[in-house]
Design a protein around this ligand. Structure first.
Ligand code: PMP
Length: 404
């Protein structure tokens, strides 16, 4: 049931929506799990960085570059405080969650995954938390889901073995919105000496994240799902882990001393940031974090919980609709309309100015697990409100009329 307090929270996005110039009146953007729209402060920060303050970082002897370097490193400190990292050097800027997981798989994996070692994943993982482990040559085991489509931690506790050197799990599922009890997952992983990597792509925009409190070892997320720019993301790892990891890509900026005979490497995070970084992406990410932090992650979580409750209620009322995922999913509702392919659902909804995602959501093993080819997915952001859910429900009614 939707609580009165939640309904009050759900009306708040009406204040937040004008911050997003790319969402025209009457358009229900329900694809934030794919990528979030950008608020004005992020757009302004990016514009200013290119139009007024632009220069490279870490190399320039001139004032502009020194200033940009200060801004770049201030963003690293902001990310660190945002997820409560123990120190800014634990923040590695990457292209996105995909690159962050590949970095861990190739760098940490090279030293720590020996023949016979295995990695424990779950049935709901995104391809970017499956394929990198296969590329690293690890054997993979899969934790099943509970009946309400959460990662089954009782099953995980029963199946974990010392051969599992790493457990890599989605903090929030991009298809089902299921929230992981990350602290319990960390306890189970650590009980056999395994490290825990959390894919925080869908969690960081939706709930407060404190990496020390979660007791995980690696955490990754993408800026573009956090209302920031594309092409920038974060890998966090405990400093001792990062410090022991070899570089995975070579180039400028990641070295200590280069000769043709031998190269020594910079300490983290520079060791893992070869080449000219995405300077403006890093600046934009800082603005995005300031934006969501000012709204408050607790307020965002309450707002999205209310939207999920309303959406599930509205869709449940349409008897041709099957809902996936738990009742308390975080900002994401996957569904199927009986007898209609999700792509057709998405196309007809688009005609009604409702943008949802249809497909396998880069989680083909999860589709197999659920016994479907694809799902339709509505996902929420701070700019959504009840009108968007009403438009979704009306659109699905139209789908069922069209398909009889
Ligand atoms: N993990 C999850 C749970 C995701 O939702 C996504 C993006 N759909 C990714 C990883 C990959 O993120 P990116 O494409 O930004 O690297």
């Amino acid at each position: 049931m939707v609580r009165l307090m939640d309904i009050a929270a759900a009306t708040r996005p009406l204040d937040w929506r004008p911050d997003f110039p790319a969402i025209p009146e009457g358009w229900a953007y329900l694809d934030s799990a794919a990528t979030a729209q950008k608020p004005k402060p992020v757009i302004e920060a990016i514009t200013k960085a290119y139009a007024e303050t632009y220069a490279t970082v870490h190399r320039g002897v001139y004032q502009r570059s020194a200033d940009m370097t200060l801004a770049f490193e201030a963003s690293r400190r902001r990310v660190a405080s945002f997820i409560n990292a123990a120190r800014p050097e634990e923040i590695v800027f990457v292209r996105g969650a995909t690159e962050g997981i590949n970095l861990v798989a190739q760098s940490w994996g090279r030293d720590n995954l020996k023949p016979g070692d295995r990695v424990l994943l779950s049935a709901l993982e995104h391809h970017s938390n499956i394929v990198p482990w296969q590329l690293a040559g690890a054997g993979v085991d899969v934790v099943p889901l509970t009946e309400d489509h959460c990662i089954d931690l009782d099953a995980m506790a029963a199946m974990i073995r010392p051969e599992h050197k790493l457990v890599a799990l989605g903090h929030v599922s991009n298809v089902l919105g299921s929230k992981l009890d990350a602290k319990r997952a960390a306890d189970i992983a650590h009980s056999v000496g395994a490290k825990l990597l959390l894919d925080g792509c869908q969690a960081v925009p939706r709930m407060p994240v404190d990496v020390q409190d979660l007791d995980c070892d690696f955490y990754v997320f993408s800026g573009h799902k956090l209302y920031g720019p594309t092409g920038i993301g974060v890998l966090w790892a405990r400093y001792d882990l990062l410090d022991a990891m070899p570089p995975w890509q070579g180039g400028g900026a990641m070295i200590d001393r280069v000769t043709f005979a031998k190269t020594t490497y910079a300490p983290p995070p520079a060791r893992f940031e070869p080449g000219t970084p995405h300077v403006v992406g890093v600046i934009g990410l800082h603005a995005a974090i300031d934006y969501v932090a000012a709204l408050g992650l607790d307020a965002i979580a309450a707002h999205e919980a209310a939207l999920v409750a309303e959406a599930r209620e509205a869709l449940r009322g349409l008897n041709s609709v099957r809902l996936f995922g738990p009742e308390d999913s975080a900002g994401i509702v996957s569904f199927a309309v009986e007898g209609v392919h999700p792509h057709d659902v998405g196309t007809i909804l688009d005609e009604a100015q409702v943008a949802i995602r249809a497909g396998h959501h880069c989680a083909q093993p999860l589709m197999d697990y659920l016994g479907v080819d694809a799902t339709a997915r509505a996902s929420f952001g701070v700019y959504n409100g009840r009108a968007d859910i009403e438009a979704l429900a009306r659109g699905i009614e139209r789908v069922t009329r069209i398909f009889g």
